[in-house]
Design a protein around this ligand. Sequence first.
Ligand code: GLC
Ligand code: GLC
Length: 837
Amino acid sequence: MKFGYFDDTQREYVITRPDTPLPWINYLGCEEYFGLISNTAGGYSFYRDARLRRLTRYRYNNAPLDMGGRYLYLRDNTSGKYWSPSWMPTRLKLDEYECRHGQGYTIITSKLNGIKFSARYFVPLGESLEIWQVTLTNESASDADLSLFSAIEFCLWDANDDATNFQRNYSIGQVEIAPLALEGRGDGGEGLTVIYHKSEYRERRDHFAYFACSEKLAGFDTAREDFLGPYRGWDTPLAVEEGKSRNSEALGWQPIGSHHVKIQLKAGEQKQVIFLLGYQENPKDDKFDPPGSQVINKKTVKPIIAKYLKSENADKAFNTLRDYWTMLLGKIQVTTPDEHTNRMVNIWNAYQCMVTFNMSRSASYFESGIGRGMGFRDSTQDLLGFVHMIPERARERILDVSATQLKNGGAFHQYQPLTKRGNNDVGSGFNDDPLWLVLAVSAYLKETGDWSILDEQVQYQNEPGSESPLYEHLQCAIQYTLDRPGPHKLPLIGRADWNDCLNLNCFSDTPGQSFQTTTNKDGTVAESVFIAGLFVLACKEMAGIAEHCNDQAEVDKVQKSAAEMEKIVWAAGWDGEWFRRAYDDYGHALGSKENTEGRIFIEPQGICVMAGLGVDAAPSPDGQSGSGNAVKALDSVGEHLAFQHGIVVHQPAFTQYYLHLGEISSYPEGYKENASVFCHTNPWIMVAETVVGRGDKAFDYYTRINPSAREGISEVHKCEPYVYAQMIAGKDAVKPGEAKNSWLSGTAAWNYVAITQHILGIHPAFDGLEVKPVIPSGWNGFEVRRNFRGVRYEISVKREGPGNEVSLEVDGKSIKGTIIPLPKQGTESVKVKAIVR
Ligand code: GLC
Ligand code: GLC
């Protein structure tokens, strides 16, 4: 069952009824000011850091779900009837309803009592504010006497304190209500009133929020209790019911912003009203105007407000935003025989990669914005799907992340976006973390050819004086693994590897202890086969980097280390039919036929085959190459882990809590890390399938979790059909196929990489663009337009035989191999014909 449809021409998902199985959200802003907005206008806004600079309040796990957001109310002043044109919060049945989510904007349209409503929400590029552009049209035959109310609830900046420290924060809320003159409007501009939120501005904060409206107000409110009335909720505000604002001035309690505009609309008449919600900083020594007073200095903010309250400026900003996305998405556009592939690659998957790059795992409808900062492994992987869009920002991110790296090569697991410093709450010791940095840097170098990044002087642990070239950070990252061999010489796992919930050194029996930071074992026994595979992969990338830098010693070192690690994997990490997962603190294998639960895991199969283990056809003289084992491992995945909704993490699921395994066994069967389809891991298998040349299988797995391909079962899937979710409940779950944790997941980047670089096979390499598709047997071909290092590649692929043999013709000349050498300087475009046989 569907709740909407894709409008691919507009690059929008159109939701056609408000009662979607879960709130289906979108993101506003892609630079510093961000908002989350649901299909019924729920959500919240923040500046850079969802915890420390939260503009508006949001309560998770509320009933009804998704209560609180950017609310507007319409009131027919003749009948006294009022409603929410975005359906929530009054939930009055609307005659028409539609929500269009696009890239960085959302448009909600509805109709009731003959009044057509449309609101366009977006954040202009380069600004720290959001615009709500509202158009009202009287489509009835009679004149309408209307009231339009706005309503937001301010957050007292630190979202954590705001949600917990009531003894203090019920007394700190402060607002300012001040006139604004808008010149050149013909109406004198007098009577415009702006609501400023300035809690804590009197002391150490130098920022405030503002909420402005383009119209003369009939009234306003800033105290929630006055606007709503005692014991009332957002669905029945007394001020709206009575059609009369209280003109309240909040002090303490719950500051809100609400404007009341009276609008007379003759039959057929239309009117636009603009609301602005924004964030502004003042110089520390120029906070007040006049100096010495407690009044906000509004000199810098007034011109900004004045600018965007004009609809022509708002329109212009919106068009600029649209063009910006046309440019970004235009960097890779594909035409394949599959519409789900096309719309995900061309629009939604790329868009989600931008969002995950910006948010890491901080703020979504499942991530509260107060829990986690930016993850080291998360950010480095998010970059893989983003680097082609805005390489400069990827560069900056690499430098930020690597500056939190520890001297011993290890990494803080997380860092705060506002301070860019490692977050001590979770600490370090996740032994896979540093290796992802090598993959990220390699991807950046391949995309851009900007080798200068390796010379950048980067601190360790943000300590001045500790600077060393980024290149050395990569060496350190690799050394970190080499310094930590376990009893089988496999890498020690530390707190956990990619699977944060495989906590083999934790042994926690106390409720509430963090599985990630509790360590009851000395960590010298438990090992990870996954890290071994990741290590080999990272070494191969490092060898390529070092070779380019003419550092033969490093090339030799990492190649030798990788070869040794491969041997170790064949000796201790191979189970006969698949790769093992780990060794626990007792030295027992996990992910092995020896186990009754957790006999086979997905992660090592994906990563080891991606690293090339067991792929070579020719057996090595010492019998250690594991030749053919890649296919065996992938066949085992197909047999034991794959089902209609994707590939689950492991089987059998853990049916009880195991002290020596940790959080993974804390979840009920089929959920989260305990045998759900943890979507992040699925593209590793897709890539691995292309490595062994099986395009049909790779594409089949791709389709199983492709949100667009799952649109038709939205009542089962429940999450948004236009973005990936972190998990889909596994075969052991009560509701298999039910997704959770949409938006912020490494799934976005990895699926993007899997489909564009491995299945379609357009793969940036150090010295050129590689074209090496491994597509389904039923495809006749496809076309790709891709920008690569400033050159436009128009690639057309034709299938002429059943295999994966590729021959290339570049601008009419056939070339050897699959890598198109970099064209002469000044070349603008290159035409590529690829024949697959
Ligand atoms: C979450 C974490 C990610 C981890 C994964 C598996 O998505 O953000 O870092 O790898 O869970 O535990
Ligand atoms: C939870 C999540 C996991 C995440 C971990 C660390 O266990 O399930 O995905 O990585 O927390 O924050």
